[in-house]
Design a protein around this ligand. Structure first.
Ligand SMILES: *Cc1c(COP(=O)(O)O)cnc(C)c1O
Length: 390
């Protein structure tokens, strides 16, 4: 069997479907150490058949921590889902672990990925682990932290001129021409979303079965968001929960094709203006694959949620506030969920008696350059005292 990227009949997106009869979140026999501490404990609901094919670096099972210095005054709690502490520093390890495991199961020895950076870092690491060759197509604007991760793991990295959509197109053409397995974490590889959905299972367990009122998700094309929707839908099918949380999608106003369609009540169109944002992880103009964004918008609407956009000032402030007042260092894209939360509270959109989960999707070390690093010099305790008191 080959990896299928689009339906051979209608050209539409592919999706993995399970037989839910007899399916369960709990694996009865923990035969593999990975079934204890990683997202592979949900193996029964992941699309890899032989456990020998699982390629894992310990992804998933990330902490859920409450916000300490809350600006929400009600009975509800705000939580951060700390995807930033994943093996390569972003949630992309979940979709990539599934996609690389499936590539191994299908007999591939070479993977290719188009990425805004984090999926490249992750694919390079998992390919190293699986002894596969990895080719990475990224825009020139990619954060240096992410590029250096991909290079460190031995991937063949190429810059592609233009936005992420150009990298996407080149990777797609190459994967078809050379039969390299395309693990790009949009919807093109149907297995990646399956990794994303494990976040919903974990939230269900971490909140002891209580469904939060809302989940705030940074969204590029949106597979992470769709994966979370799918995970909660699985929990409904498995009769574990009854209602879907509202799923809120956050985009940067410098590239917001999904939010624009939500606000104008239209179908999702590719972003035609130039893309400009420090939140490069969610900067996807969707040129050539608008259907991906439409699927994301449909899930937001079905869950009763909405979209939020943040401007550049709001994004940088969100990252700075999160680091300063909570001790959580997130890359700009990863902090947008918390920036959006502040807006949602100001707009009184959120019910303050319900729990809210903000996804912190990537670590701050990946794009540390947004902070002005120019500390003063001290050589005496007097100077040090003066600096400390300022
Ligand atoms: C990829 C990425 C996102 C967006 O995820 P999509 O599934 O592409 O919508 C958000 N935050 C970070 C840090 C990312 O790397």
């Amino acid at each position: 069997m080959d990896n299928l990227y689009y339906c051979p009949v209608c050209g539409g997106l592919m999706e993995v479907v399970y037989d839910y009869k007899g399916a369960s979140l709990e694996l009865k026999e923990k035969t593999n150490i990975l079934f204890e501490d990683t997202m592979w404990r949900y193996w029964g609901l992941l699309p890899v058949e032989d456990e020998a094919n699982i390629v894992s670096l310990g992804e998933g099972n990330t902490p859920l921590i409450p916000m300490e210095n809350s600006f929400l005054e009600g009975k509800g709690k705000i939580y951060f889902k700390m995807e930033s502490v994943s093996p390569t520093g972003s949630f992309k390890d979940r979709p990539i672990s599934v996609a690389v495991s499936k590539a191994k199961e299908l007999g591939s020895d070479t993977i290719i990925v188009a990425s805004s950076g984090n999926a490249a870092a992750s694919a390079a690491a998992y390919a190293a682990r699986a002894k596969m060759k990895c080719i990475v197509c990224i825009p020139k604007t990619t954060d240096m932290g992410k590029v250096s991760q991909a290079i460190a793991h031995g991937a063949k990295v190429v810059y592609v001129d233009g936005s992420f959509s150009k990298s996407f197109e080149l990777a797609q053409k190459a994967s078809e021409a050379f039969n390299w397995c395309n693990v790009t974490t949009t919807f093109i590889n149907p297995y990646t979303v399956e990794g994303d959905k494990t976040i919903a299972y974990e939230l269900f367990e971490q909140l002891q079965g209580k469904v939060p009122g809302a989940i705030v998700v940074p969204a590029g094309a949106g597979p992470l968001l769709v994966g979370i929707y799918k995970g909660f839908e699985d929990l409904i099918k498995l009769r574990q929960i009854e209602k879907m949380p509202k799923i809120l999608g956050v985009q940067a106003s410098g590239c917001a094709p999904i939010a624009e369609a939500f606000e104008n009540k239209t179908r999702v169109k590719a972003w035609s203006k130039p893309c400009k944002t420090v939140a490069t992880g969610i900067c996807d103009p969707l040129r050539g694959y608008e259907a991906d964004g439409q699927l994301t918008l449909d899930m937001i609407v079905k869950s009763g949620g909405k979209t939020i956009t943040l401007d550049e000032h709001e994004i940088k402030k969100a990252a700075a506030d999160l680091a300063e007042s909570e001790g959580v260092f997130a890359e700009p894209s990863g902090a947008t969920s918390v920036g959006a939360l502040r807006k949602l509270i100001e707009e009184e959109y959120l019910d303050i008696d319900e729990d809210v989960v903000c996804l912190v999707t990537g670590h701050g070390l990946k794009s540390a350059a947004i902070f002005d690093c120019n500390p003063p010099v001290a050589s005496s305790i007097e100077q040090l005292k003066e600096i400390a008191q300022n």
